[in-house]
Design a protein around this ligand. Sequence first.
Ligand SMILES: [Zn+2]
Length: 324
Amino acid sequence: MACSRHAAACACPPRLRFLQFLQFLRFPVGEPAQVAELSDLKAFVDKYEKLFALTGAGCSTDSGIPDYRDAGGLWKRPPPMDFRSFMDYPLRRARYWARSMVGWRRFSAARPNAAHFGLAELERRGRVALLATQNVDGLHQAAGSLHVIDLHGRLDRVRCMECGLLRPRGELQRELEDLNPQWCNLEAADAPDGDAELEGLDFSSYAVPPCPRCGGIVKPDVVFFGENVPRTRVEATLAGLRQADAVLVVGSSLMVYSGYRYIKAAAQDGLPIAALNLGRTRADGLLSLKVEQPCAAALAWLTASGAVPPDAAAASDAAALSRS
Ligand SMILES: [Zn+2]
């Protein structure tokens, strides 16, 4: 089968040539350049046996959870609340929980997508040794990944800032809804991290329950801006990175230092780094390979059995049936 980009005797691998052939037949496998990028990514994943995966918001956008930044790495919306604002201003805290109460319904219903399942599959095949995520949605674990570090915590838990009591977020949700029935039927656009857009409302009447054990301030068990990632979590992540032979970034612009620091450390140690991300990343200059494609489609392609990505396989079957 001749390669559609080069001479018949070119060195493109058979898999790529087959995909180019499907492209020539107008099957939906993307532009040849995209297919070539994916083949490079597949070669990267095949080459290294102990990948350290670092994931971000781009991994969860196909699950209906919005991200913060545009393709240029700039904020799409006002930056999220910072730690001191939450702790020091009761009205801002009320605003946070009112928005969170509305956003939680959809956030808690989100399900893993092909990006999460693909990474879980790479772990199952023994390629991904550790996955560190900047996401707080728990969708990697829901997809079956076992070795996950939630760098920024989990939104499905709440923590008392006085006594440390940890509780399920769902329990607090019921208390918030019981205390604020007039806020329950509000509809609002989703925002990142289980937040929702609620503007122009008076939050002074919104009631936030204190810790049931000590009366302290209850906060989602996530790392806010202006707050440090716990030291033990950073050390566990660095230990995992030291055992890896390469790094795969999925769906992160790496604009936040708490994720970028690991890529910087990996580059200093001479590890090859690949990134699958739509748009610019802070680490573009450190990458061995950059693939600018949607995470879910790319990972589905990467882990699909055989040489044909699922879409192309379905189209191929349909074409075969129509000819028979
Ligand atoms: Zn407490």
